[in-house]
Design a protein around this ligand. Sequence first.
Ligand SMILES: O=C(O)c1cc(=O)[nH]c(=O)n1[C@@H]1O[C@H](COP(=O)(O)O)[C@@H](O)[C@H]1O
Length: 236
Amino acid sequence: MSSKTPLSPVIIALDFARRAELDALVDQLDPSQCRLKVGKELFTLFGPEIVRSLQQRGFEVFLDLKFHDIPNTTAAAVAAAAELGVWMVNVHASGGAKMMSAAKTALLPYGKDAPLLIAVTVLTSMHSDELAAIGVAGDAPAQVSRLAALTAECGLDGVVCSAQETPILRAQSSDQFLLVTPGIRPAGSELGDQTRVATPADAMAMGSSHLVIGRPVTRSANPLAALKAINQSLGY
Ligand SMILES: O=C(O)c1cc(=O)[nH]c(=O)n1[C@@H]1O[C@H](COP(=O)(O)O)[C@@H](O)[C@H]1O
C-alpha cells in the first residue's frame, strides 16, 4: 500500500460518459481521501487506459465489471484485471460456486499483489418483490445471506450488499470478510434508482467495511465538499 492509501472507507463511483467531466472531478480529489471505482460505462468508453491513468495519479482502483460467465471466461477476465494492477475486482455470486472458485484460483499466481476479489449478492436497486419475478424464493436479506455464505465458502474476500443486510452478514462471517456497500445516501439526498439505502454513518455502524458512493458526490454542486462532509461524518 502507498503512503497515500486512504484510511477512509469511501470508494467514489466514477459513472461518467464524458472524459472532461471525469477529469474535472478527479483533479479535485486526492488518493488519501478515497479510492475510485471504474464501472461498466467508463470502462466501455475508455478501456484499460482510464484505469492506468487513475493509478498513475496514485489512486487505488476498484474495477467494477461484475463478471458473470462460464468459469473459464470469468477466471480469465479476473486474471486480466490482476494484470491491470487493480486494487479490487468483482463477479456476480449468482454465477455459482464453480465460477467463483475458478476466479479465486486464477488470482493465486499473483500472490500478495492479487486484487481483492468480491462478489455481488443482490443489487441494491432491487426490491424483494422483484426477486420473485426472477424465480428467487425468499426476500432480499435471505438471498443475500445465502449468496454471501457461498462466496465465503469459495474463499473470496467479501461481498457487495446493501448496508441493510450488513448486520446479518457480520453475524455469519469473519471480521475480515469485506462488506462493500453501495446504495449510500447522506441524509436528504435523492435516492435515484437505489432502493435498499443507508447513510454513510449508519452503514459503517451496521458493519460495512467500504462504502461505494456515486451521485451524492459526483453530481453534487461541490463534489469535494460533499466528500469531505462524508469523511468527516465518519471521523476521517
Ligand atoms: O457493484 C457495485 O458497485 C454495485 C452493486 C450494487 O448492488 N449496487 C450498486 O449501486 N453498485 C454500484 O454502485 C454505484 C452506486 O452509485 P450511486 O447510486 O450513484 O451512489 C454504481 O456505480 C453502481 O454500479
